[in-house]
Structures are given as structure tokens and as C-alpha cells.
Design a protein around this ligand. Sequence first.
Ligand code: ZN
Length: 200
Amino acid sequence: MNSCEYIVLHHSASTQRIDQFSSINAYHKRQGFPLSHRGFYVGYHYVIEKNGHVCIAREDDETGSHTVSMWPPYWDMNRRGIGICLAGDFTKEAVSLEQLQSLRELVDELRAKHGIPLEKVILHRQAKSTSCPGVDLVYLMESMTGTKPSQPLPFKVQLAQVVKAIARYLSRQRTPTEDARLRQLERKEDRLEVLIEEEK
Ligand SMILES: [Zn+2]
């Protein structure tokens, strides 16, 4: 059983382009993770592919197999938390805009359904010594406020927002790899601003 008090965000640490759900399923089967009511071995409750598609592996109230907690207050997250994994290795590549939009929608839906406050939407690394999920997905997701599906901003503006959010995050604490990535992003952002200006 799962009491659904928390949402724990992960990345898959794989750069595979498509169908990571099947790969994770095969990997977790070999690891001996429990079969879900939906017929999958995937330890997370949800997997969000790079194109934004949300795959459901487990019912929210099923025990997961995604977080071995190392310190309080995050004990027993597999029985108290819903695990969401985004396909990608965010220490090496960016989160896609489609993934962030799907994440935002899924998290909003789960928070409303189970009454989960934003402070209880956590990154895997808050519960265990790991780099997972690379970037601060909560920060990136929250910085997308205003991109309501009914009133979408132009794609380039949304993309620029994501690039800016990632750049802001990376500039707070960065390694040499992230430094290089930030420079890449800044160049991209400059190009985007030119494009947006041209559109006005
Ligand atoms: Zn993780």
C-alpha cells in the first residue's frame, strides 16, 4: 500500500531517445521488483518519455520501488511517496519542454487528488545521497507557471523560459560540465531572444 503523502521526482539517467518505459521495465524485472496490478515491473508509478507521453506503471496506492531513504523525514518513500521518473540524463542533457509540461499537469493532478503540499514534492536526492534527478525539476516545473494549456504562450517564448530557468539553476551551483552546458544554453537563449524580437 502507498499513503501518497509525497511525490518523489527522478530521472532515468539514460539518454535513450524513445521507449524508455520498456527498457526500465526489463531492467526492473531483472532487479526482481514487484509486478504491479497493471502488469509492469517498473518501480516508479509514472514514467514521462522525452516526447511528454505519460506511461502509468502502478496505481498511486500501490507500493513503489524507487527510493531507498537514508535520512528523516523521508523514510519509507516507497510506501509513502508516488514515484515519477522523467526519461533522460539531466546531468548531460536538458529536460524537454514537453516533459516539463506533462510533469506540471501530472503533479498538479496528483497534488489535488491526494492533498499533497508543494513542500512534499521532492527530488530523489533529498532522500538519498544521489545526483538524481540531475536538475531541480521542482524549480523548473514551478517556473512554468503561466503556460496554461488553454492559453499557450508562443512556443519560442516557452522554450526561452525553460532555457532561462535551467540557466538560473545552473548558475547557482555548477560543476565544470554544467559550466560548459550553461555557456551552451546562454548562446541558445541569445538566439531565442533574437527570434522572439523578430516575431514581435
Ligand atoms: Zn532517482
